[in-house]
Design a protein around this ligand. Sequence first.
Ligand SMILES: [Zn+2]
Length: 361
Amino acid sequence: MFQLIISWDTLPKFLKQILPQSYTYLIKTFNELPPFQTAEGFEISQFELDAFVDVCDKEKANKWFKDFESRSKTTMPETKRYEIKEKRVLFREKRHCLHSDIVKKKQGNRETKHPQSTRVRNIGCTANIHLRLESWRIKLSHPLEINLKFTHNHVVNSAESLSFRHIDGTVREKYLELFKDGHSPASAMYVYEDELHLSATNDQELLELLADRAKNPDYDYIAKLFQKYHDTELGGCNGSSMFQCLVEVVNSFNNSGRGKAALQEFNADTGKSFILCIVTELMCCVHEKVRQAGELCYMDASSSFEHFNNLIILFYTSCAISALPLGLFITSDEFEVTLEKAINLLKSILPPLSPPSATRR
Ligand SMILES: [Zn+2]
């Protein structure tokens, strides 16, 4: 039997585009098949490959397969579940291309989301992969067996094929990070796509990145992810989890050394109004360094958050260079008792004044 250990670098070019890097391969058989002609006139190379990879446990086998999907730009859901008897086999999976009949059948009567769409997922592709890790092979240099039938009947990296791919887990995490930073679905998408533009080394790579749903999710997905993030992380408007989240934000702001904040939670049952007082690092500096902070203070109550109709009151002082901010608070109403409470809360977090004006506050 012909067997040859090959490092990734020495693989033929078309296998390099499919097999993940940083592994070595022991090729058992390689059969080149006649190429497939698509209706649009594209020629798709087809082959069968039986090989072993230097992967010796279940987790690494999963990782190899994920790397394979990412490298080959294909999506291959599991189509056959094997009963695993760990004495003999540690890992075994049969998977088919997302565009195959068998995947469609496996998913049963799942409703077609856009029946009028010209995009058809099931185009009878026959490409499949079989992965098997037998216990007795663990001691060998290349334990994981792969039988790949690379017989796609479509261009794997066409915009059409790429638009069906599943979103990459790291991309999802990246979007969640952007939402945590305060981005809306639209602004998160702009920031993320900007990064894609900067990361691409050439136009071809950029086009592939933008078309690949795994790397560049559609707006529908981003909006739904945002909605889910909003519901689980922040809870509904005025819900207790929203205030819990705000308490955490206030605490981390107070611990960050970038200023001070104080909060009174809204509670309709006990009649407590919402109050949030903020003194930023710059405002602290004004209190500590500018003499006028202890002599003159005026309030600007002309701002509000339209969505919740909360009142924002800003405090300023004036000096030779113009107005300087001293602090602000946000309240859910304008009652005298609320404003008095808010002013007292704001006073509790103000830093000490500069010595000459300390006696005048
Ligand atoms: Zn396919």
